[in-house]
Design a protein around this ligand. Structure first.
Ligand code: PLP
Length: 410
């Protein structure tokens, strides 16, 4: 039986009581970033205290250990998403991964009038790189219509595909409405037409099993810090033949075999070719520890508990006067809401005054206003260490908030 109280003991952040509050910080902004368990902090400290060397550049024991550790972590990540080890590229985060796909692969494969399909629910990181390609190449970014509630369906993908469509790039779980899209039918359909599929896994990989082979994904990007790891590390998965055709963004040490004065050079094979410069080694140690921690808890247990907590949260929230929920039927731990007549930032500020961290605004998904007709929402995003007790504190604050703000606006 999964016990959130037990796992909380592994997270030093829960020991930091915020002043003036009679309870711990209620952290409901996990879609933004997650807390780090002690084992992640320890793994990073271990590198800094005992194994500080560069990687793949020396012939001494410590560097050998570091190289081994990096290889093992790459394998751990590959197993986590069912990829091959040389299909895993270390990046600095989901943003870097998606930019590498756009500028390293598609910048060299798209031409004028080719079409890129995205949705209005995408994060800036899965929108702006494509806008930039549109600007440079003259290819076209087109939006797949979402259903009224904001879901992506394979039917709408099919209706939007034309003979010019070359790539579909969508989030597996969107970061404001939190809807989960089954990528398999989308990949099956896309491949029938020779279209490639890029998946933004920033909000899905930390929460649900992602099997790149079963789904048929061509590229997948995600961030370490949204899955208990440190900031500054992320992953790009790409099918090997596609990675081989991807041009590096960074040219430098660690990615070349040879270069000469006449301007000739030979690059390493993937993934090293795409990882120019010194890697964020301490963060790779941290991400490895984070994945081991998640594996020990069991991703299925995490998913199951998050579903239960979401249902509990929704049931309570729905009883609060004037609450508007934008994604009641979403599968993830993300709940986007507002309170009638109250500006989202005001509500988040009020929650903050009660020791509750929720994000408000457009959440980097600035095209979503065209779908939900709101420029700002408050977002409560759960992870497995949140408890029902915390939800009660949150909902009580919302109730009080309603009264307080009612009085304010009266
Ligand atoms: C859906 C989605 N994609 C991409 C990103 C970008 O992640 P990062 O800032 O870690 O690169 C985020 C971050 O919030 C996200 O939610």
């Amino acid at each position: 039986m999964f016990d959130p109280y037990k796992v909380r003991q592994d997270f030093p952040m829960f020991r930091n009581k915020i002043q003036m509050q009679d309870h711990d910080l209620v952290f409901l902004d996990n879609a933004s970033t997650t807390f780090k368990p002690q084992c992640v902090i320890d793994a990073m400290n271990y590198y800094n205290e005992f194994e500080t060397t560069n990687s793949a550049r020396g012939d001494y024991d410590t560097m050998y250990h570091v190289d081994q550790k990096i290889h093992k972590t790459r394998q751990l990540i590959a197993d986590f998403i069912n990829a091959d080890v040389d299909e895993i590229v270390f990046t600095s985060g989901a943003t870097a991964s998606l930019n590498l796909v756009a500028f390293g692969y598609f910048a060299n494969h798209l031409k004028k009038d080719d079409e890129i399909l995205i949705t209005v629910a995408e994060h800036a990181s899965n929108t702006l790189p494509w806008y930039k390609l549109q600007e440079i190449i003259g290819c076209k970014v087109k939006f797949i219509p979402l259903t009224e509630e904001g879901r992506l369906t394979v039917e709408n993908v099919e209706k939007t595909i034309t003979k010019n469509t070359k790539v579909i790039s969508v989030a597996n779980v969107t970061n404001v409405l939190g809807f989960y899209t089954d990528m398999k039918p989308i990949c099956d359909l896309a491949h029938k037409y020779g279209i490639l599929v890029v998946c933004d896994g920033a909000q899905s990989v930390p929460h649900v099993k992602t099997d790149v082979k079963r789904l048929g994904l061509d590229f997948l990007g995600f961030s370490g810090h949204k899955m208990l790891g440190p900031t500054g590390i992320g992953v790009l998965f790409g099918r090997k033949e596609l990675l081989k055709e991807t041009q590096p963004i960074f040219y430098g040490g660690g990615m070349n075999e040879v270069f000469e004065m006449n301007g000739s050079y030979v690059l390493h094979d993937v993934p090293a070719k795409l990882e120019g410069g010194t890697k964020n080694i301490q963060a790779i140690y941290g991400l490895g520890a984070a994945i081991e921690y998640i594996n020990n808890l069991g991703l299925e247990n995490i998913s199951k508990y998050e579903k239960e907590l979401r249902a509990y949260t929704l049931e309570k929230m729905k009883k609060v006067k004037d609450i508007i929920i934008y994604n009641e039927n979403a599968e993830s731990g993300i709940i986007a809401f507002n309170m009638k007549g109250v500006f989202a930032q005001d509500l988040a500020t009020l929650l903050n005054s009660k020791g509750i961290a929720c994000r408000s605004g457009n959440h980097c998904a600035k095209n979503l206003k065209n779908q939900i007709h709101e420029i700002a929402t408050v977002r409560c995003s759960l992870y497995f260490y949140n408890t029902k007790e915390e939800i009660d504190i949150f909902v009580d604050a919302l109730k009080e908030g309603g009264n307080f703000l009612d009085a304010y606006f009266a």
